[in-house]
Design a protein around this ligand. Structure first.
Ligand code: PMP
Length: 433
C-alpha cells in the first residue's frame, strides 16, 4: 500500500515535510517527558491490590490448612496456591509448582536446565552442536514477540528463528514444516493469550496443531508463557483452548511447560509465579530447582490465596484492572485512527486484552520514528526489540499504554503520530531522490 505522501506531487510533499518539521520543533520546545516503553501498570492501578498487604498481620494464622507457612518445607508450594495455579495453568495441582515471584526467572532457569542437562534422558541441548557438525540449537520465536524471551535463549547461545504471526497465533504451516524436518529446533516461545505485543490469542486450531505436530527433535519443548491469561479488557473475552487437553496421555505429553504469574494481577515483581507441565517434567524441574532452594516465600503465597482464593476471585479482581486499562487502549485506538487512519502510513492491532498494541509503520521507519519520538520527549520500547535480532523490515513498534495517565498517553500518541507522518513523508521524498 502507498502512503499519502508517496501519492503527492513533489511540491506538495516538500510543503508537507516543511510543515511537519515545524510541528516537531514546536513539540521539542515543550520539553515533554513521557514513557510508553515498558508494560507496567500505573501506580493507581497497582494500588488496588494494597488490601492484600493487610491480610498477614503479626497475629494472623500463618497456616494453609495444616501447612505452616512461616517455616521451611513444601518446596512445591502451599496447597491453596497450587490449587489456584492448577486453575490458571490447566493442569492438576500435583503438576504445578508455585515458586518465587517471577515467571521469567523460572523460564530462564528451566531453559538453562534443558541446555545444561537435557530433559527426560535426552542429551543436553548444549551438546547438540558438537555432536551434529557444529549445527546450532534453534528456538522458534513468533515475531513480533517478547524481547526478554529472545534474550533468554540468545544468552545460552541458542539461535532465535523468527516465525510470522497471523492474527490467530504463529503461522502453523511454517512452524510445522520447520520442526518436522530440523532436529536442531529444540523449542519455541509462545505467549498464547493477548500475545506480547500483538494482543492476539491463539485459535483452537493453532493450539491443537502446536500440541500435536510432529517434531524431528524428540525433546522439543514449548515454553507456554500465559502471562496475560486473565487480562481481559471487556466482558466478551478471547478464549484460549487448554493445550494440555491435546497433549495429555499422548506421545507429546512432555512437550509443554506452562507459566503464569500474578505480576500483573497483584504486584509486579512481588507476586507469585506458577509453572505447570507433565508429571515427569514437573518432577525433573522440581529436582533441579530444589538444589538451590529450600522453599519459596510461602507467606507471600498465603497472602495471595487469602486475597484471591480461586480463579473466580482473580477474574473479579481483573475487572478492576480493566477499568484502568480500557480507557488507555481506547485512547490508543482513537488517537491512531484519528491521526493515521486512511493515510496508508500505518497499521496496528486492536487487542481485547493484555498490555500492548503492536504498531507497524512504513518499511524502514521504526528506528527513525523511535529516535524522533525520543527527541520530542517520548520514550518507546526500542524499535526492533520485538524481533529476535533485527526487525527485517524495520516497521514494528510496541506501544505500552498502561503506565501513563490517559492525558499523558494522548499527548504521547500525538507525538507518535507526528513522528510517523514526518518519517513517512521523508521516506517518500528519499525514494524519489
Ligand atoms: N512473560 C511475558 C509475556 C511478559 O510480558 C512479562 C512481563 N510482565 C513477563 C513474562 C514477566 O513476568 P514476571 O514478572 O512473572 O517475571
Amino acid at each position: 500500500m502507498q502512503t499519502m505522501y508517496q501519492q503527492m506531487d513533489a511540491d506538495a510533499l516538500a510543503q508537507a515535510i516543511e510543515a511537519l518539521r515545524a510541528q516537531v520543533e514546536e513539540v521539542k520546545a515543550r520539553g515533554l517527558a513521557l514513557d510508553m516503553a515498558r508494560g507496567k501498570p500505573s501506580p493507581q492501578q497497582v494500588d488496588i491490590s494494597r488490601p492484600m498487604l493487610d491480610i498477614l498481620s503479626s497475629d494472623a494464622d500463618l497456616h494453609d490448612g495444616n501447612v505452616d507457612c512461616s517455616n521451611y518445607g513444601f518446596f512445591e508450594g502451599i496447597p491453596s496456591a497450587r490449587a489456584l495455579a492448577s486453575e490458571m495453568l490447566g493442569v492438576p495441582a500435583e503438576q504445578t509448582l508455585v515458586l518465587g515471584s517471577s515467571s521469567l526467572l523460572l523460564e530462564h532457569d528451566i531453559c538453562g536446565q534443558f541446555w545444561r542437562c537435557g530433559s527426560l534422558g535426552s542429551e543436553p541441548w548444549a551438546d547438540y552442536s558438537a555432536k551434529h557438525n557444529g549445527e546450532t540449537v534453534k528456538f522458534l520465536c513468533p515475531a513480533p514477540g517478547y524481547d526478554r524471551h529472545f534474550g533468554i535463549t540468545a544468552d545460552l547461545g541458542i539461535e532465535n528463528v523468527p516465525v510470522p504471526m497471523t492474527g490467530e497465533g504463529p503461522d502453523m504451516d511454517v512452524v510445522e514444516a520447520m520442526v518436522a524436518s530440523d532436529a536442531s529446533i529444540k523449542g519455541m516461545w509462545c505467549v498464547p493469550k493477548y500475545s506480547n505485543p500483538t494482543g492476539e490469542t491463539y485459535s483452537e486450531k493453532t493450539v491443537r496443531r502446536l500440541a500435536t505436530m510432529k517434531t524431528a527433535a524428540p525433546d522439543f519443548r514449548i515454553f507456554w508463557d500465559n502471562a496475560y491469561c486473565v487480562h481481559d479488557l471487556y466482558d466478551e473475552t478471547d478464549d484460549l483452548a487448554n493445550i494440555f487437553d491435546y497433549t495429555r496421555g499422548t506421545e507429546n505429553e512432555d512437550r509443554v511447560v506452562a507459566f503464569v504469574s500474578t505480576s500483573k494481577i497483584t504486584f509486579p515483581g512481588s507476586g507469585v509465579a506458577f509453572v505447570g507441565a507433565s508429571p515427569a517434567v514437573i518432577a525433573e524441574v522440581s529436582a533441579f530447582l530444589k538444589m538451590g532452594l529450600i522453599s519459596a516465600d510461602k507467606m507471600n503465597q498465603l497472602r495471595h490465596v487469602r486475597f484471591l482464593p480461586n480463579l473466580d476471585a482473580v477474574r473479579s479482581h481483573m475487572k478492576k484492572h480493566a477499568e484502568f486499562m480500557r480507557p488507555r487502549f481506547e485512547a490508543v485506538e482513537r488517537k491512531l485512527a484519528e491521526g493515521l487512519g486512511g493515510t496508508g502510513c500505518a497499521t496496528w492491532t486492536h487487542p481485547r486484552g493484555g498490555y500492548f498494541v503492536s504498531f507497524d509503520g512504513p518499511d524502514g521507519s521504526a528506528k527513525r520514528v523511535a529516535a524522533l519520538c525520543a527527541q520530542m520527549g517520548v520514550k518507546l520500547t526500542p524499535a526492533g526489540a520485538t524481533w529476535p535480532g533485527e526487525d527485517p523490515r524495520d516497521t514494528n513498534i510496541r506501544i505500552a499504554p498502561s503506565y501513563p495517565s490517559v492525558e499523558e498517553l494522548e499527548a504521547a500518541l500525538d507525538v507518535l503520530v507526528l513522528a510517523v507522518k514526518l518519517v513517512a513523508a521523508e521516506l517518500a521524498a528519499e525514494e524519489r531522490a
